[in-house]
Design a protein around this ligand. Structure first.
Ligand code: ADP
Length: 642
């Protein structure tokens, strides 16, 4: 039994363990499977939206928000910052400026400026003096004369150095102001002239289209002045009737202003090019730049120049639009980090990401992360897990049921074995008694020394009785054995009840007709004949009468009443014997059951009689009723249907 318990418990525990492992593994497998799918989709989204091919146009100068160009020595060439517009010789102009601006003696100032022009030995001072003269003329109301003067001066001087170029630019602005004050003749020409002069040699988009092109540094004006001049251009251009060509210029001027302003901001931070050591980098990756806002840089380099493109995050974000749209479809919980680890889209999550992928290409070191909560995996794994759990439950139930069935079968086998052992012991015991008493009697008879004549008959009668008992015993054993093997065949015949009763009584008569036994048989008149196996029913009655005799002591009162009740014929055997308890009554029909099973008991028998009785009665579709009280007697009523 212990073994059986182990055989059931061990596989059950193992199965439960396997099951939990399987469910756990299923979750892992689902996670892995989902991981592969998501990874695939993510890399596809990256490939479709952020591949080098897709980004190369965006990363070109056309989309740059700012540009810084370094020369081969790593110094900034564009934007032009930190250029001191060398003032015209201040000593020379000091007194004259006083006359013009403080004392407002303009005529005297004009004479002085003309003198300076003659004595000055540098071009810048001469140019400054001429422009100052025109300014004074303008202040004196000689507007046209002033305009003419500036125009003449402009055409007289070449490009010169950056300082002169700056003065020329300022001169052009002054000229424009003057013209707008007057009759405005030739305004358009002057407005366009200012635009062209400010943009000259400067970073218009096309100047940066090819890395190999040399910036025309010898034609630059300082970048802050360029912004100023372009703003002046915009101020005046708005006063002119709109025209397609002008509109284009307005757009270019606006873009240039913003480009230059951003460029100046970064040229001040990144004053030296330390971006790369090796040459001939066409396009580097996009990296985060220092600064207050989120700016990104990318550089290209050849042997002469390094060009740094600057993009605000707002610009870069537009390139990400398609990608962000696709990533959102994969999971609403995502994050995109730039190369500096700053979050640029999605939300910051402290959890471990389900998938983290580098964007690669121009965006190397940029990362996209996807988060999925455990619930998603549980849901995906639940179907398979349910199958596992149910299979497990089914197998556990099966193991337990088969264990229970096996326990029962083994129990039955054990009981049967014990019964068989008991049976053999009982049979031997029961056979031994009549045999040994018969042997003693026959030995005595054979010796022939009998004292009285009547003794021989008495001995013979005793032998016959023992014989009868032996036959009954063996009859019972045989019936039982046949019954056990299901070989007992009943031959049903219409039989007179009286005949059955007589035969039964006859076969047990010697036992019942004793002095201390009062035996009565009452058979009702007019009983119909019944369909029975006569021999079998005789066995029933003989067994019952035999028991009545066996289990009664002292003065025995035994009766057999046969009567009709409803559709049945009843055979009631009554005694005044030892009776039985209710518990015993429940078991008496079991095979080998004996209320007193000790071998030392007085009554003979093997505990088979009543089980045979029950078997026969059942085969006749009858029933058997027992009324008994311990110490008072018992009544067995066999009811057989007609
Ligand atoms: P046995 O061979 O022991 O008589 P039975 O099957 O005929 O076997 O009876 C089973 C048991 O029922 C008996 O051992 C006895 O204890 C009890 N029993 C049967 N008939 C009677 C009776 N008339 N009075 C008291 N006990 C009885």
């Amino acid at each position: 039994m212990l073994l059986l318990a182990v055989a059931v418990i061990l596989p059950t525990v193992c199965l439960l363990w396997f099951m939990t492992q399987a469910v756990k593994n299923e979750r892992l497998a689902v996670k892995e499977k989902l991981g592969a799918v998501y990874e695939n989709q993510l890399s596809k989204a990256i490939e479709e939206n952020l591949s080098e091919d897709r980004l190369s146009l965006n990363l070109s100068i056309v989309a740059a928000d700012g540009v810084v160009v370094y020369d081969a020595n790593g110094n900034v060439t564009f934007p032009v910052i930190d250029v001191e517009e060398s003032e015209p010789n201040s000593e020379l102009f000091k007194e004259t400026f006083k006359l013009e601006f403080i004392e407002q003696k303009l005529d005297e100032a004009i004479v002085e400026y003309q003198r300076i022009r003659k004595v000055a030995d540098d071009e810048n001072s001469r140019f400054a003096a001429e422009i100052a003269e025109a300014r004074c003329l303008d202040k004196l109301g000689k507007n046209e004369e002033a305009i003419e003067k500036i125009r003449q001066t402009m055409s007289k001087y070449g490009d010169g150095d950056i300082s002169l170029r700056s003065q020329k630019c300022r001169g052009k602005m002054l000229l424009l102001d003057m013209i707008f004050k007057s009759e405005k003749k030739g305004v358009e020409k002057e407005v366009n002239d200012l635009f062209e002069y400010s943009m000259r040699g400067m970073l218009a988009d096309e100047d940066f289209s090819f890395l190999g092109r040399k910036p025309q540094a010898d034609r630059y004006i300082p970048s802050s002045l360029q912004v100023f001049a372009l703003e002046k251009f915009l101020e005046h251009v708005n006063k002119l009737p709109s025209d397609q060509e002008l509109n284009k210029r307005i757009k270019r001027a606006e873009r240039q202003i913003s480009l230059v302003e951003t460029s100046i901001e970064f040229a001040e931070i990144y004053q030296r090019s330390t971006f790369v050591k090796n040459n001939n980098i066409l396009n580097s990756k996009l990296f985060s730049l220092d600064g207050k806002r989120k700016f990104y840089g990318q550089y290209s380099k050849n042997s002469s120049y390094t060009r740094l493109h600057i993009n605000e995050w707002e610009t870069v974000e537009q390139w990400f639009e398609g990608f962000i749209g696709e990533i959102k479809q994969l999971s609403s919980d995502f994050a995109i980090y730039d190369d500096g680890g700053r979050l640029v889209a999605g939300k910051n999550s402290k959890e471990k990401p389900f998938i983290s992928m580098e964007l690669g290409g121009y965006l190397s070191e940029w990362r996209a992360e996807l988060y999925l909560d455990d619930l998603a995996f549980d849901n995906a794994a639940s179907k398979q897990s349910t199958i596992y759990i149910w299979t497990g439950v089914l197998v556990v139930v099966l193991i337990i049921t088969s264990g229970a069935v096996a326990t029962q079968a083994i129990g039955r086998q054990i009981k049967l074995n014990r019964m068989k052992n008991d049976f053999i012991a009982t049979v031997t015991h029961e056979l031994k008694t009549p045999l040994s008493s018969m042997r003693v009697l026959t030995d005595t008879l054979l010796e022939g020394n009998l004292k009285e004549e009547g003794q021989r008959d008495e001995y013979l009668e005793l032998i016959s009785k023992e014989n009868e008992r032996l036959s009954r015993l063996i009859d019972n054993f045989l019936t039982f054995s046949r019954m056990e093997r299901n070989k007992q065949a009943f031959v049903m015949k219409s039989t007179d009840v009286r005949e059955v009763v007589d035969e039964s009584v006859c076969s047990i008569q010697t036992k019942l007709n004793k002095e201390n036994c009062d035996f009565n048989v009452n058979v009702c008149e007019d009983l119909p004949s019944i369909l029975i196996d006569k021999d079998a029913i005789v066995t029933v009655l003989v067994n019952l009468l035999d028991n009545a005799c066996k289990y009664s002591n002292g003065d025995k009162e035994i009766s057999l009443n046969v009567y009709k009740a409803g559709d049945s014929i009843c055979f009631a055997v009554q005694d005044n014997g030892i009776g039985m308890s209710g518990r015993q009554v429940k078991k008496i029909f079991d095979r080998f059951y004996q209320a007193d099973s000790s071998l030392s008991r007085k009554a003979e028998g093997a505990g088979l009689g009543l089980s045979i009785v029950k078997f026969i009665v059942d085969a006749h579709k009858g029933s058997i009723e027992v009324n008994s009280k311990q110490g008072y007697g018992s009544e067995f009523i066999v009811k057989l249907p007609r």
